[in-house]
Write a new protein. Sequence first.
Lengths: 371, 371
Amino acid sequence: MQSFNPPIRTLMGPGPSDVHPRVLQAMARPTIGHLDPYFIEMMDQTKQALKYAFKTQNELTMPVSAPGSAGMETCFANLVEPGDKVIVCINGVFGNRMKENVIRFGGEAIVVEDKWGEAITIEKVEQALKENPDTKILAFVHAETSTGAQSDAKALCALADQYGCLNIVDAVTSLAGTELRVDDWGIDAIYSGTQKCMSAPPGLSPISFSKRAIQKLSNRKIPVTSWFLDLNLVMGYWGKGTKRAYHHTAPVNTLYGLHESLVMLMEEGIENSWARHKQQHETLKLSLEAMGIKFLVKERDRLPQLNTVWIPEGADDALVRSTLLNEYNLEIGAGLGDLAGKVWRIGLMGHSARNENVLLATAALKEVLSR
Amino acid sequence: MQSFNPPIRTLMGPGPSDVHPRVLQAMARPTIGHLDPYFIEMMDQTKQALKYAFKTQNELTMPVSAPGSAGMETCFANLVEPGDKVIVCINGVFGNRMKENVIRFGGEAIVVEDKWGEAITIEKVEQALKENPDTKILAFVHAETSTGAQSDAKALCALADQYGCLNIVDAVTSLAGTELRVDDWGIDAIYSGTQKCMSAPPGLSPISFSKRAIQKLSNRKIPVTSWFLDLNLVMGYWGKGTKRAYHHTAPVNTLYGLHESLVMLMEEGIENSWARHKQQHETLKLSLEAMGIKFLVKERDRLPQLNTVWIPEGADDALVRSTLLNEYNLEIGAGLGDLAGKVWRIGLMGHSARNENVLLATAALKEVLSR
């Protein structure tokens, strides 16, 4: 077995996205202890910067020491108690996973379905809330990575509030890529991933909990099933001041990477980051449409950072993708579920959302499709 | 907020330990997709090399995408079913955490206690097994990171087998640092961490499950509570061949680091790694004893890679540790629980187990203590 030297790819799938060399270099800095005063200072800065990225003042804002799926689980494990009724909106893979979480933690999942590729229909959710006045939580995906559809998180959170519910929001693909305002929109519990529009490697899941969410957590009748994800314990580790209770060993070097990506995000400005994703999407859209390629999601609900397009008639899905990968080192994503073999998912996330990437992707796709 | 440039420490606490520059450099290699054929090949190599490190042929051998605490939880979440009786040996912090896991997953914990700093008493465990013939699992810590005591994993597993139990073994601090033979000793479920004697950064937890353990997992009556750690799902992702079911996004760059540390382990040879830890321990022991410093654990049960010593009379615990850190960039560990303020934990783990580190630690300690 020899050292692994990966090929140099351009990552334009559904994530991970291209990681900036500054972030990669940060990962290689010398490991220090997770209780070292310098590490604790770095943790504090990371929390502050995540508040900036999420647009929140929530004290409980931090990265979970595991990928986005664990961030999702952190929200459901801590907030769903046995018997809780949870309305789950499903319009793609990740809504389904939320439902699975609700059930495993003993909740009752009320499903509101929309077609894959469409945004969540507000009226259907309101109907479900009316029919289930004892609902405790409304859970939905802001940016469905499986389809590229964006839902109206602001309206959904307002609706949940109107009916006396907490909300849980999946922002894995939206954070830093599209408008997201945790405090203004009244989001109670939110999780994201570092490997999408944050341009850091996968392995961490930023989360943020409102005071109302912490209140529900503090009033739980039985402990959180997961010891590792129990925020009552994790808060003692990521909490204020220099007196930290040991909980687990934080992934030190991965956190260096996230810290650097947050420094870069603050240099750019969060609104500028949203605008850049939008602008690159517009360029890509024009080029793809000029090639006769059509989008799955209607214009109003499209995520700029994840472009799901119908595979042109006659094109061999797997062959096109493997040719792009093998001959141009360009990764684009396949379809999932019923959309497998029918769509491609072209990501413009974080450091991947650049002029040169958009040019490369369209030119390479044009060349391969014309063979 | 500016880029974080950590101080250059020598890490001789209970972990994380010093990470070799080769491993740090590997972490900085360009991120590729977690479904890229090259990544899948790297995953396969990593699994093979972990089998080598664990001395096992277990097909289900892989790194969990989160720190050691999540590895512990993976074992308990998958193997403990509600009502299962589990004998948990407690002789330090991590035995306590095992008990907490058993309870949270609905099991009944039968506790066998030994004093902190002592090995687990085989006779007590046998007595508990006799008194509880319906016990399903025996759980214990091979190498207690909180005390530096090593227990006889071989004898404990043989005992479990004799009484028809499965076993769960915590090897967070033992893997690659002291003799450990998963197949020869009949270990059923084992978890470790990468940041101890593997000399990789924290963030991953290598695990291995025997066929018997997989059988219990497959026959579960209710699903595993955790979706993220459900091995029935994770196995589809880390499984054989190129057809992988997407489960979560693996921490790509952290896995580069683990892969490189495994390449280095194979270059050295696992037995040589055990011997190196032993040899460095012997040198450290002689030097410390010459300074009149005494060990907490009696010689027979001492872990070479974690040396817990009584703080000499008159020495100020916090002051000595902070002086070592601030003036010599040397980290040693504090005591935990009842041992806080009474002991230091001096780690000789992985890349930290080197002549130069032993010399530095003893010379610096001598200097600071003589002030």
